[in-house]
Design a protein around this ligand. Structure first.
Ligand code: ADP
Ligand code: MG
Length: 727
């Protein structure tokens, strides 16, 4: 157990002291978005050239199914650049590098009608020959693009194929006039199906053209020599040099810093409002916890005792608790949480445990109910599925204090849910909830203590990014009696052997999970589909195979899980819905299909579903060869270690390397510009600055106030800020 300290720690304390007593933060609740930001929040379809048809793929690209705004596009940063000043001859071009070539067109070898072979074009320069390859070339398009005998400028990547130089689908083909108009350095953007580089570049040049200058929110001392926010946006999207569009270049760093500052400012305000005023100490007398401990079939590990002691001390103190309980899957967080809840019940108050899914909430209830009964705790369940009379009864019991502990989902912080005296909010698997949800639950009582449990240990930088300055307890030690999991990577061609061995294991009475990444067979994706796989495996193993996936109704899911827990089904085909928290100790085999597509943390979580009982467990990582470098390292790390804290650090490192290798798929949730693995130092600076800002001007009413408020809106941290006003 240790306190997470940043460099800004001492400053932070000052900041807190300055904010705590009666700071006027309430007016943020009514804060409207400043008009200067309107151009940033206009619908994407207002940009010239983006109609309803193009808007669809853009919404997908930008992860805004409900309709992207201009700002979403502006924050879509390049994955690389093409530098057209790199102009080798064909012979000099290094295979794999993007180059620009000046060539003369010699000959077309068109695709015969109906044939599947590509359309090839032979070109040359004074150093040698090159073949251009076009798939699905139709209607004479390639012939018009590359007339025989003419000179053309091509950008793209040269590859060696059977010892011949070729370029598949050149990125650009231009004549002399077109080439002259081209910027020397061009950004290259991540794409989705239905969009080309041209679409994204055109849309961005329109968006950058409309972006308005904003007041400077950074400290005067910091801005010297730095581009303004708008200049940085312009530079990233219209780079003069490749370094203008790389994460470590000055423009991108400026934007990343702004995003981090907004995040840290919001977190610091949340923190200030959480610790604002004094807490209400909850001190137990050991009556109920004694009974609960006696009812446990095991004794707590030293790590569990340590965490519990820290939590009990927090609960008993007169400031509010804001603590993370970090522990690997199976490290025994639930019982620690239950004991913490019991302490506040002893003090005559109530506790709530919020889980991210229905399955998990029910699972918690199942484990907790018998122990709670032994201790004399009254426990209830509240999820979206409790309706009508059942729901009313629970609500009444919470309001009059008949219930001591309620377990549930998001439903817990909805309107109409009132407690007699909520003292402790426990939030399980926090990374699925946002800061504002945590706050909304804490707002259900007076000076509620908050305990956040994460099953994926989070490296310190990320803790700071997402949670700000929180106390942390770690369960590094696993409960005794766990057997290590034999983890192996198996190429997908050997799936037949895997099925055969699985059959033998099922005969012996063992239970297994089979994880597939997608639910329905989709044309655009070759991911193994759970339903199809379920049919396959049923064909081999009959009624012993069950299925659970994210699109099932709650009751169906529960039934499938219950059948597996009871041993009626022995092989459970599942999408990643089993990822979080499900506990079937008898399960001892985990097969993960397309393991190369999962992140390390997610693989570790999935594997954690087995190895919970006394039987030696196996985890098979089926992968499709050839493996990329990062995927290979990921699977290797997983084979070598079961320590979630170690794997979390590796994950962060590999994401960083993935970036360097250009294989990065997506950023961290909640951040679009900043990359915690690359911008860690900026994060520390942003933390310190956020602290200093609030110490100086807690209500953001000073001269920098309007600019800082615009910053919070721009990065959409106003949600947390609004809740501040409400809570
Ligand atoms: P987590 O929520 O951290 O993933 P759980 O709380 O679900 O882990 O605990 C996993 C399993 O370990 C449960 O079956 C629980 O009963 C058991 N367990 C918890 N603490 C201990 C302990 N000290 N000794 C033995 N078993 C334990
Ligand atoms: Mg758990």
């Amino acid at each position: 157990m240790e306190r997470i300290r940043g460099q800004g720690q001492s400053g932070c304390r000052t900041g807190r002291a300055a904010i705590a007593p009666g700071a006027k933060l309430g007016h943020f609740g009514r804060l409207m978005r400043p008009d200067i930001l309107n151009p940033y929040f206009s619908a994407l379809t207002e940009l010239s050239g983006i109609g309803p048809k193009l808007a669809k793929p853009f919404n997908r690209l930008l992860g805004r199914p409900e309709g992207a705004r201009t700002l979403d596009l502006l924050f879509h940063l390049p994955s690389s650049t093409t530098d057209r000043r790199i102009r080798p001859t064909i012979a000099e071009a290094v295979p794999g590098e993007t180059v620009t070539l000046e060539v003369v067109v010699d000959q077309h070898r068109a695709t015969p009608r109906g044939a599947r072979s590509p359309h090839r074009v032979l070109v040359h320069d004074e150093s040698g020959d090159l073949t251009l390859v076009f798939f699905k070339a139709e209607g004479g398009y390639v012939e018009r693009l590359l007339p025989v005998g003419e000179t053309r400028w091509l950008s793209g990547r040269i590859e060696l194929y059977d010892g011949m130089r070729q370029m598949v689908h050149p990125e650009r083909v231009l004549d002399a006039a077109g080439f002259a108009r081209l910027p020397p350095v061009e950004p290259v953007y991540p794409l989705v199906e239905g969009l080309g580089q041209g679409h994204v570049r055109r849309a961005l040049s329109a968006a950058v053209g409309l972006a308005a200058p904003l007041p400077e929110w950074q400290a005067p001392g910091r801005v010297a020599g730095q581009p303004t926010f708008l200049a940085a946006l312009r530079a990233v999207h219209n780079p003069a040099e490749p370094s203008d569009a790389t994460p470590l270049g000055p423009a991108w760093r400026r934007l990343a810093y702004d995003e981090l500052l907004a995040g840290q400012l919001a977190l610091a305000m949340v923190r200030a409002s959480t610790v604002r005023g004094t807490g209400r100490p909850s001190r137990g007398d050991g009556r109920l916890t004694g009974r609960l401990r006696a009812a446990l079939p095991f004794s707590l590990t030293a790590a569990q005792e340590g965490a519990l002691a820290a939590i009990t001390a927090d609960l008993g103190s007169d400031s509010r608790m804001l603590r993370l309980l970090q522990g690997d899957v199976g490290s025994g967080k639930t019982v620690v949480a239950l004991l913490a809840a019991t302490v506040v019940v002893e003090a005559g108050r109530q506790a709530a445990l919020m889980a991210p899914t229905e399955i998990l909430a029910r699972q918690h209830l199942k484990t907790i109910a018998p122990l709670a009964a032994a201790a004399g705790l009254r426990v209830g369940l509240l999820t979206g599925r409790e309706k009508g009379r059942a729901r009313e009864q629970i609500l009444a019991a919470l309001a009059d204090g008949t219930l001591d502990l309620v377990i549930g989902t998001h439903a817990l912080f909805q309107e109409g849910v009132a407690f007699r005296d909520l003292a402790l909010a426990i939030v399980d698997e926090q990374h699925r909830f946002g800061v504002h949800q945590r706050l909304a639950l804490a707002a259900k009582g007076e000076a509620v203590d908050v305990l956040v449990m994460t099953a994926t240990p989070i490296p310190r930088t990320l803790v700071l990014t997402y949670f700000g300055d929180m106390d942390s307890s770690e369960l590094r030690e696993k409960p005794a009696g766990r057997t290590p999991i034999d983890t192996r990577a198996v190429p997908s061609e050997r799936i037949g052997d895997v099925v055969t061995r699985l059959g033998a294991a099922l005969e012996e009475g063992r239970r297994a999970y089979w994880i597939c990444p997608l639910v329905e067979e989709s044309e655009t994706s070759d991911l193994a589909a759970a339903e199809a796989r379920f049919e396959d495996l049923r064909h081999f193993f009959g009624e012993r195979v069950g299925l659970v996936h994210g699109k099932m109704k709650g009751a169906e899911k529960d039934a499938a899980m219950a059948a597996f827990a009871a041993g009626e089904t022995r092989l459970l085909v599942a999408t990643t819905v089993v990822e979080v928290g499900v506990d079937v100790p008898e399960a001892s085999i985990m097969v993960i299909e397309h393991a190369e597509r999962f992140g390390l943390a997610q693989l570790h979580q999935l594997r954690g579903r087995v190895g919970r009982g006394s039987i030696a467990s196996t985890c098979l990582l089926l992968y499709r060869a050839p493996l990329g470098e990062v995927a290979r390292l990921r699977l290797q790390a997983l084979r070598e270690s079961e320590d979630g804290f170690f794997l979390a650090e590796q994950d962060l490192k590999l994401r960083g390397e993935g970036d360097v290798l250009g294989t990065r798929q997506s950023g961290f949730p909640g951040f679009r510009l900043a990359r915690p693995e690359l911008h860690g130092a900026l994060l520390e600076e942003a933390r310190a600055e956020a602290t200093a800002i609030l110490a100086d001007d807690p209500g953001l009413t000073g001269p920098r106030g309007p600019a800082l408020r615009a910053l919070l809106h721009l990065f959409e941290r106003d949600v947390a800020v609004k809740l501040l006003g409400a809570g």
